[in-house]
Design a binder for this molecule. Sequence first.
Ligand code: F3S
Length: 656
Amino acid sequence: MKVYLAKHRGFCYGVKRAVELAEATANSTENVHTLGPIIHNPQVVGRLADQGIAVAEDLSQIKDGKVIIRSHGVGPRIYDEAKASGLEIVDATCPHVKKAQQAAAELLVEGYKVVVVGERHHPEVKSIVEWSKNTATVIETTEEAQNLPFTARIGVVVQTTFAGRDFDAIVAILKAKCDEFRIERTICNATEARQGAAVELARTVDIMIIIGGKNSANTSRLAELCHEVCRKVFHIETAQELKKEWFEDVKTAGVTAGASTPDWIIKEVVQTMEQLGQENGQEISQLESGTILKGKVVSVRPDEVFVDIGYKAEGIISKAELAYPTPENAAEVVKDGDIIDVYVIEAENEEGNVKLSKVRADKIVAWEKLQSALDDGQPLAVKVTEVVKGGLVAAVFGLRGFIPASQVGLRFVQDLSQHVGQTLEVLLIELNQEKNKIVLSRRAVLEKERRKVENEIFAKVAVNQELQGTVTRLADFGAFVDIGGVEGLVHISDLSWQRVKTPAEVVNVGDQVKVIVLKVDVQARKLSLGLKQTLRDPWFDATENIAEGMLVNGTVSKLAKFGAFIKIKDGVEGLVHISEISERRVANAADVLEVGQAVKAKVIGVDKASKRIALSIIKAQEDAERAEYQDYLNTQDKQIGVTLGEKFGHLFKRED
Ligand code: F3S
């Protein structure tokens, strides 16, 4: 039995985004809830529960932490209530749904009677109605459209997953029910693409398996549509529901999945189907060269492999026909019991054996697999076999793929040979079977991973948070620090409390450092970090004993138009304003002072909040002059006292 996958299947963009956002929000130290199940898939909901994400039916069940709004979206009331309860909102509403909600709100403002075409009990439709301030009318069927009274202006919004055919019929009726008609085509392509691909495949196969939650409207719709063109259609949630008897006499089977079905469930289903198909395999009476069959490995020798293909004789695959590159030992590629695709090279040779090739079968199947990997954007695991001019060669599904040197890493990799023998995860970026061209990119996978890590970090990082990081590079204006997948910049002014000329005075590449988050710009993906902020500002210690009125000695460190900076001690400078330099009028500080000159100044102000010390040379000189004068007076007093004493002392002498 051959199993075919529908071209478009499984997670749509909005669902994938919602699940990834939920996973990135999972946090062991905080409560995280989704408001209702994140998607209609119990297995995915179960996986998220394992990561600590609980499901709350309404906001009253959430006391604190984060609430994730699922892809269906909610009305404005929920946002208001969540904010009022102090909950942090993680908005996973699908952007297409958001567009429909906004359209409803705008149509109302513009004076239209808002009509929502969709299923009235669907959470998305309920949310759209709420955004129309609960004024919208929901129309589900052509009959309901017929019953709508005549209105001057009708503005239509559609549930994103509504079936296109019904929609056109409803629109035709609504147009005749008003003078002015406006339609916002908010149906999402993902639904139509999945439906179209499912029907296209269902027409060509003996059985169709539809995977998805039993309560998922879009999956049920897929099953309905496939039923119209295929005799045997089964809607299942997991591989465990597959039954062997479904596949009796089946040569071709199709698989598709609703928008809430993850890839890992689809893979499990396909594998189980292939196994069941094999178990149902019939005896082959006639064998033709060039046929591709499924076979079961029954014996593995170092140089050859024996395969049961349901024929009177077993098939033999030589080591060279087993895989690309040719393995040292056949056991590196297959083991007893494996189910593999085989190509019949020779139906029966002189010895009565069937010569098979796994490489050739893989090659034919490989192009199909590659095409579907390209369509889905799924990463592939490939083994690097050699370095060639301009890049690496890697084995992909037994074919030769090329990874250009520029696509090997996030930065240019000098020594490509380090990757030979490694298995790398890559994305297909070009495929051309006619030209035998398979171009792969590891860089695309790394960029995707980096974006995911970035999303996770930007979802959690907050201003004033202290983080550990590694210095990755230095620039004139600062140092870049990696905080676990995202690089932030420590500006040179935030490296040290001292003034530094180059970042290298403080840090080196590779240093482990503690940093404080100063600014987060999620849109621009920029993070400003501070290193000096993790340390106590030495200015406060150094200035502890500096008070207004004190005289200080210092040296001129910098001259400016408005005055002179005086270094009082390491890391402490004061400013002498130009008006405080000299009694004489000074036009420019440089006219009377020079850098390095020793000066005495008086502290006339200490502003701890702005870390400013105001100094005055004039007042220091005045103090010095005053002190000198006082000294003089004191000396004079003493001299006068002595002279008068000498002169008139006898007048005051007591006569005994
Ligand atoms: Fe969004 Fe379309 Fe999926 S509306 S949730 S991308 S089906």
